[in-house]
Design a protein around this ligand. Structure first.
Ligand code: HEM
Ligand SMILES: *[C@@H]1O[C@H](CO)[C@@H](O)[C@H](O)[C@H]1NC(C)=O
Ligand SMILES: *[C@@H]1O[C@H](CO)[C@@H](O)[C@H](O)[C@H]1NC(C)=O
Ligand SMILES: *[C@@H]1O[C@H](CO)[C@@H](O)[C@H](O)[C@H]1NC(C)=O
Ligand SMILES: *[C@@H]1O[C@H](CO)[C@@H](O)[C@H](O)[C@H]1NC(C)=O
Ligand SMILES: *[C@@H]1O[C@H](CO)[C@@H](O)[C@H](O)[C@H]1NC(C)=O
Length: 353
């Protein structure tokens, strides 16, 4: 009892210290906007945009709540690989739909790509081809968080869709590896202008969704990771009887489909699924940040929203750069070209040339 009490007071003390430290940055509740983006970009030409996205997602999540996790992860992959430009959505890109050569551990849910295209279809019917797929992806990620019980936050809009594929190499180089240490992750996200607090906050995305055995069985076989709770390890060994066996499990054992701060409570109990999760609590730099989020969900929600907005502005295309795709899974170019030829054929004028 005595040790529990002193642990709790220690946690409270560290939270008081931390929240005053963190509030220096969270005082401004949103990061400065990248030029070309704005809070109400579609106010005049697509005022119903956000309502359409949310209504569609409510329906989709009623069918399968796992789609929320799929959409949140797609937005992260989009932003980390050559910027939030919708490149991840392109069929044939290293993690987009229909890709053959994507490493198995990049598995993004196909249903989530389908939902993005369904939403795009609804929006383009209501407003015309004015809203980018990258903006739809950013809004869908936010609504996945909110509709799973997490914070509501505003998303800056005005992204344009990229014209280039995310290659397999670019994807592998830019996405953090599940076997990374916190130290490696801090260095990786620093190249994106994100700091250790951003890293711990956005890693909280792992409060929903699932992972395959191939992403964590190196922590079980041949030797068990010392930073893993024994009962948790035994359960994981039942789900995955061997290294890289077929199977999957939830990322947050306490509340797998709810966007809350339980992921950080898992880490404090050595029940994080990936090395990249658990090491956030082992590492001296990130450990107090994990603790502060585990004991104060409001603080986590504030920091998560702040860091997600920051992530959602990575290397965006704006203004006249890129395009607004008619189909999120492919670039416009080829299709526009064919359409132009057909249109000209149908006009008497073109025959006289
Ligand atoms: C910081 C480094 C990160 C690493 C190393 C990482 C790694 C992974 C891995 C390995 C999986 C499981 C893949 C599989 O086994 O099929 C996964 C799933 C997931 N990740 Fe991350 N991730 C990171 C950051 C993020 C961020 C920033 C977000 C969003 C804010 C995010 C959201 C998700 C979600 C929601 C899932 C579950 C997807 C589903 O159920 O379909 N991750 N991540
Ligand atoms: C991709 O990376 C591999 C290994 O690092 C390298 O051999 C290959 O040339 C790269 N391919 C491209 C297209 O850059
Ligand atoms: C995928 O897993 C393999 C081994 O299981 C690893 O070598 C590779 O780096 C992983 N890729 C990513 C992007 O996590
Ligand atoms: C996983 O399933 C695939 C296809 O069903 C099979 O080819 C593979 O051998 C299985 N791997 C393991 C380790 O059981
Ligand atoms: C939790 O965090 C919020 C937001 O930063 C702060 O206002 C509140 O005082 C914190 N609560 C405690 C108990 O530290
Ligand atoms: C969108 O593009 C993908 C990939 O080229 C294609 O498979 C799909 O049929 C297209 N959807 C529509 C509605 O044209």
């Amino acid at each position: 009892m005595a040790s529990t009490t002193s642990l709790i007071s220690l946690l409270l003390l560290s939270s008081i210290f931390l929240s005053s430290h963190l509030s220096l940055t969270s005082a401004q509740s949103t990061p400065p906007l990248v030029g070309g983006l704005s809070w109400n970009f579609y106010k005049s030409n697509c005022p119903k945009l956000e309502k359409i996205v949310r209504d569609e997602l409510k329906k989709a999540f009623k069918r399968d709540i796992g789609i929320a996790a799929g959409l949140l992860r797609i937005h992260f992959h989009d932003c980390f690989v050559q910027g939030c430009d919708g490149s991840v959505l392109l069929a044939g890109s290293a993690s987009g739909p229909g890709e053959q050569e994507a490493p198995p551990n990049l598995t993004l849910r196909p249903q989530a790509f389908t939902v993005i295209n369904e939403i795009r279809n609804k929006i383009h019917k209501a407003c015309g081809q004015v809203v980018s797929c990258s903006d739809i992806t950013a809004l869908a990620a936010r609504d996945s968080v909110f509709l799973s019980g997490g914070p509501n936050y505003r998303v800056p809009l005005g992204r344009r869709d990229g014209l280039t594929f995310a290659t397999r190499n670019a994807t592998l180089e830019n996405l953090p590896f599940f076997g990374s240490s916190a130290r490696e992750l801090i260095a990786a996200v620093a190249t994106k202008g994100l700091d250790a607090t951003d890293l711990v906050a956005i890693s909280g995305g792992h409060t929903i969704g699932r992972g395959n055995c191939g992403s964590f069985t190196a922590r079980l076989y041949p030797n068990q990771d010392v930073n893993m709770d024994q009962t948790y390890a035994n359960n994981l060994k039942r789900i995955c009887p061997a290294l890289n066996s077929n199977g999957s499990t939830v990322l947050d054992i306490r509340s797998p489909n709810v966007f809350d701060n339980k992921y950080y409570v898992d880490l404090m109990n050595r029940q994080g699924l990936f090395m990249s999760d658990q090491d956030l609590y082992t590492d001296r730099t990130t450990r107090p940040i994990v603790t502060s989020f585990a004991i104060n969900q409001t603080l986590f929600y504030e920091r998560f929203a702040f860091s997600m907005i920051k992530m959602s502005m990575l290397n965006v295309l704006t203004g006249t750069q890129g395009e607004i795709r008619a189909n999120c899974s492919r670039r416009n170019a080829a299709r526009t070209y064919v359409t132009t030829l057909v249109d000209e054929d149908q006009e008497g004028k073109s025959a006289s040339f």
